[in-house]
Design a binder for this molecule. Sequence first.
Ligand SMILES: NC(=O)c1ccc[n+]([C@@H]2O[C@H](COP(=O)([O-])OP(=O)(O)OC[C@H]3O[C@@H](n4cnc5c(N)ncnc54)[C@H](O)[C@@H]3O)[C@@H](O)[C@H]2O)c1
Length: 454
Amino acid sequence: MIRQSLKFRKTVSIICIIVLIVFIFLVLNKDKNYDIQIENSHSEDAQALSYRDFNRPKKDIIVPREQSNIMDSNSVKEEKDNTKQELLDAKARIELLEKKLAILEGRIPQKYPEVKYLGYKERRRILVTGGAGFVGSHLVDVLMMRGHEVIVVDNFFTGRKRNVEHWFGHRNFEMIHHDIVNPLYVEADEIYHLASPASPPHYMQNPVKTIKTNTLGTINMLGLARRVGAKILIASTSEVYGDPMVHPQPESYWGHVNPIGPRACYDEGKRVAETLAYSYAKQENVSVRVARIFNTYGPRMHVSDGRVVSNFIMQALQNLTITVYGNGKQTRSFCYVSDLVDGLLALMDSDYSLPVNIGNPVEHTIEEFAVIIKDLVPGCRSTVATGAAVEDDPQRRRPDIAIAEKHLHWSPKISLQEGLQRTIDYFKEELSRTTFYNNQTYMDAKVKASHIRN
Ligand SMILES: NC(=O)c1ccc[n+]([C@@H]2O[C@H](COP(=O)([O-])OP(=O)(O)OC[C@H]3O[C@@H](n4cnc5c(N)ncnc54)[C@H](O)[C@@H]3O)[C@@H](O)[C@H]2O)c1
């Protein structure tokens, strides 16, 4: 009995031990499965996170330890590469901006010329057509310095932005790129209408366009003056006298123009412009001023202007032969540009509404001019030679300025020597600043050397 009971206990103990071992095994296995499940669920989460929310900081992403070590080193490398690339991009952008800044700094003057302050009652809004050209840009300078608001309208046919760039950004200055053959709608108190090519090679290059500018363009400007009630000054020319039969030329002389000659597009264009001005004055009550401008010279005139002053100075500066077309006995009177501008301003401000000659009455033969210019250029080794005469070239040109003296109290002040010296200095600078071809306008590029005229 006792033996049986001992056997039974032993069996029960063994069973208990086996059950315990099985239990422990199951429990341990269960923990392991749970860990695997958790790990799997975490890595799925991590993937889901990286797809859905790439902006979330990386520390939120839970990854298995070994995998995390590999990813860490990869992402650090990637991050380093990205930062390096970003730095290179930023450096390139900064270099580009620095270059742009340098160009802009070079263009925008540090300081504007001194401008007078005018109250709103005295300040006028003044439109200057052809304001980027030779005469126009000097006129713009004076109007700006007097404190007026200036609007320049130009199509840059012969003009250059460089002539007025020292005003870019000034609150009183505005520039409109526009061809006056098309209507223009702006507000203005006064209009100086100067837009037209002025030198023979320029105006002969496209005669139809020259006529359109002086007729349609003038109609557009007179129409604008009528609409806004502005006073308008028309830049006419001594060419309305053609090859004159009267000497010197008074305003009362009607002229001697060949209507079908090579210069007619300009001469007749200007004559029609004058006719239009007085028609608008009579019919539409527009307040008009007409300046008959004689040959003018000075800084900012075209290097390839093709007329006496620029030709001779350029030839003398480069020790080239100074070419006189014809026998050299034809005469011209040259007015320095600041004198002309003073005359235009005096005319606009006056009550005189008939045409007025503005020019310098000191007359020289072309031959004499060649020698004067040669003597003013130090060390000039040029010789003077004659070439074939130019068709319809006026033989005598000298203004009678009695009306300007009487009604405008104006007469030129700058002597020929002084004016030429300033002009020579300008051309010298132009030559050294840039090569001839870099300095050209749109028009210059089209004009052939064979067109050069006196
Ligand atoms: N310079 C002289 O010796 C002289 C003599 C007599 C008359 N003028 C007259 O004075 C004025 C100015 O002459 P400049 O010597 O300054 O000549 P310029 O060629 O230097 O200037 C004329 C300006 O008018 C612009 N222009 C031409 N056609 C245009 C158009 N359709 N629309 C807009 N702009 C246009 C040109 O781009 C240029 O800026 C002209 O009307 C000219 O006939 C000049």
